[in-house]
Design a protein around this ligand. Structure first.
Ligand code: SAM
Length: 262
C-alpha cells in the first residue's frame, strides 16, 4: 500500500496519519494517484493532513505466478472480468490495515456505470464520515459475487462508460475533500453552490464591466444586497427550471409546495 503526500509516495507507514478523513483506493493503476488530487485545493489539504490517501494495488493480491487479476467471463462474451477471490482479498486487506491503525474504512464503494448516480447529498454524507474506500474496476467490470459477499455499494459518476474506475474515484474524492472543514476558504461559497438548495447556481460576473458588448447586469453594480440576493435567487430558479426539469420538480416554495407546474 502506498500513502501519498502531494508530491510523491511518502515514507510514512501506510495508514499512519493524523488526518481525520481517509480515502483508500483499490486499483490496478496506483500511479494514477494522487494525480490531480495532489494539486490546488485538494493538494494543499493533503499536505496539511486534513485528509489522507492510501492506494492499494489489487495486483498485489493475485494468487498465481503471473499475477493474474482477471479471467474470461462464464457464458462467453467479450472482454475479461476481475476475479472475485483476488478482489475480496484486497478489500479484506484494506479493512484489516485500517483496523490495525484504529480507523474504519467508511463506506466501501465500487465505481460502476450500473451504480446509483452520485448526488451532492451522498457526497455530503461521505464527507461527514470517517472516509471512504473506493474500488476501481477495469475490463468488463468485477465478478458480481464479490459485490454481494462484501456488501459493496455501487456508485456511478454519470451515464457514460469510462475505461476504468480511477477517474471516477478521483471525482468522488475531490467532491468530498472540498467539503471537509478547513479546505474551502469562505463557508458561504459552499452554501450558495449548485445543488445545495436543490438549485443550480446563479451566473457569475467579474471585471471588465463590459466585455465584447455584453454588460454586467446593472443590479450587481447597485450595492443593494437585498436586490442582488433576490436577483441571484431568481436566476438560480430560472436556470434550474430551463436546464434541469428533474431538479426543478423537487424545488419547493416557502409553503413547501413544488414549483414545477403539473
Ligand atoms: C469499461 S468499464 C466497464 C463497463 C461495463 N462493461 C458496463 O457496460 O457497464 C471499466 C470500469 O470503469 C469504471 N467505470 C466506467 N464507467 C463508469 C461510470 N460512469 N461511473 C463509475 N465508474 C465507471 C468501472 O469501475 C468499470 O468496472
Amino acid at each position: 500500500m502506498a500513502s501519498f503526500t502531494p508530491s510523491s509516495a511518502s515514507d510514512r507507514a501506510p495508514g499512519a496519519t493524523t488526518a481525520s478523513w481517509r480515502a483508500t483506493v483499490l486499483t490496478l493503476y496506483p500511479a494514477m494517484f494522487p494525480g490531480p488530487l495532489g494539486e490546488a485545493l485538494a493538494g494543499r489539504a493533503l499536505a496539511d493532513d486534513i485528509w489522507s490517501l492510501d492506494c492499494m494495488d489489487i495486483r498485489d493480491y493475485a494468487r498465481d505466478k503471473h499475477h493474474s487479476v482477471d479471467d474470461a467471463p462464464f457464458g462467453g462474451g467479450p472482454g475479461m472480468v476481475m476475479r472475485p477471490d483476488v478482489l475480496a482479498d484486497a478489500i479484506d486487506g484494506a479493512r484489516a490495515s485500517m483496523e490495525q491503525t484504529g480507523g474504519t474504512t467508511g463506506p466501501v464503494i465500487y465505481l460502476s456505470p450500473r451504480g446509483t448516480p452520485l448526488k451532492q447529498s451522498r457526497v455530503r454524507e461521505i464527507a461527514s464520515g470517517p472516509g471512504v474506500t473506493l474500488i476501481c474496476g477495469r475490463f468488463e467490470g468485477v465478478d458480481e459475487r464479490v459485490l454481494e459477499s462484501r456488501d459493496i455499494e455501487e456508485i456511478s459518476v454519470g451515464d457514460y462508460v469510462l475505461s476504468g474506475g480511477e477517474i471516477a474515484a478521483l471525482t468522488v474524492i475531490d467532491a468530498c475533500v472540498r467539503l471537509l472543514p478547513g479546505v474551502m476558504g469562505a463557508a458561504e461559497s459552499l452554501s450558495e453552490e449548485s445543488f445545495e438548495h436543490g438549485l443550480l447556481e446563479y451566473p457569475h460576473y467579474t471585471r471588465p464591466r463590459s466585455f465584447e458588448g455584453r454588460d454586467v447586469p446593472e443590479v450587481l453594480l447597485s450595492g443593494d444586497h437585498e436586490r442582488i440576493r433576490s436577483w441571484r435567487h431568481a436566476q438560480a430558479e430560472k436556470t434550474t427550471r430551463i436546464r434541469r426539469a428533474d431538479l426543478w420538480a423537487g424545488v419547493t416554495d416557502e409553503c413547501g409546495n413544488t414549483r414545477a407546474r403539473p
